[in-house]
Design a protein around this ligand. Structure first.
Ligand code: FE2
Length: 277
């Protein structure tokens, strides 16, 4: 099974820019690259912050773009999104019995759980008792299938104070729900961080990516304001095998020269051969 992970598209109404960047132009290039190279993907998941201010016009612009995407699409909401505007624009995206934008689906690789950690008007994530009860039920009903989790907010601190302040609020409660299933959960995909990050939490591997517009610059000295940059956006190609998960992040807007390693583009030390040493 092959999946595409992208995150934090931060759309604004068509024709507008965001911090001087153009999220729509970047996503259009991203979709073009996916359609050219990974039209065979079984799924494309966008892990939230679909829009920057949650307006209907921003969602409409996003929908126009995503309608061009060839692989099947799964959307999550983030702190920048608004549930009602989202559901009006994407009525086909599943909602749980309590109105949260979360769902469960069984794929050949296992059970995929798409969570909703949005609380309107706040940057930090919320996973309330109602959502925790839903998650507990879905985990239990997975039986012996492998489980993959998708959410917008990381459910733990990552060591950067300016991002840890806006992590998931119910970290302890969330960990308590997850812990009994930790050995069955193969990976956790999230967004929110706007930079590449991977590691391990409760024995569960995790990863995230740069956003489609502005990024967070790695600065361990910054305390309050979030340091930003325009490092290029990325998407990830995720390959699921019975015994492993492989994630290939791709800087699809990279403009550096592409060449074959067997043919150096310049006459330099790379031209030496094994027998000339
Ligand atoms: Fe974001």
């Amino acid at each position: 099974m092959k999946m595409i992970h992208l995150t934090d598209t931060h759309f604004v109404p068509k024709g507008k820019t965001l911090y001087g960047g153009d999220p729509r132009a970047n996503l259009e290039r991203c979709i073009q690259d996916i359609n050219t190279n990974h039209a065979d993907a079984d799924l494309c998941v966008v892990t939230g912050d679909l829009t920057h201010w949650g307006e209907a016009k921003a969602f409409a612009s996003l929908k126009e773009c995503l309608d061009e995407l060839k692989p099947p699409l799964q959307l999550l909401v983030g702190n920048h999104d608004a549930r009602s505007a989202f559901s009006k624009c994407f009525p086909d995206q599943p909602v749980d019995e309590n109105g949260f934008i979360q769902s469960s689906r069984d794929y050949p690789a296992g059970r995929f759980l798409f969570l909703d950690s949005n609380k309107s008007g706040q940057a930090a994530g919320v996973y309330c008792d109602t959502r925790q009860a839903w998650l507990e039920r879905e985990l239990k009903e997975a039986g012996d299938r492998p489980i993959y989790l998708f959410m917008h907010h990381p459910p733990f601190h990552i060591g950067l104070p300016y991002l840890d302040r806006i992590a998931l609020v119910q970290r302890e409660e969330f960990a308590d729900v997850i812990r009994p299933y930790a050995s069955q959960i193969r990976h956790l995909f999230f967004g929110h961080i706007h930079r590449p990050l991977s590691g391990n939490w409760l024995g569960i591997s995790f990863s995230t990516l740069r956003s489609m517009n502005h990024q967070v610059w790695l600065d361990f000295n910054a305390k309050k304001d979030i340091p930003a940059s325009f490092e290029p956006p990325a998407y990830a190609v995720v390959l699921f095998y019975p015994d492993r998960l492989v994630i290939h992040p791709h800087d699809f807007m990279d403009t550096s020269q592409k060449f074959s390693l067997s043919k150096s583009p310049v006459n330099d030390w790379a031209k030496r051969s094994w027998w000339s040493r």
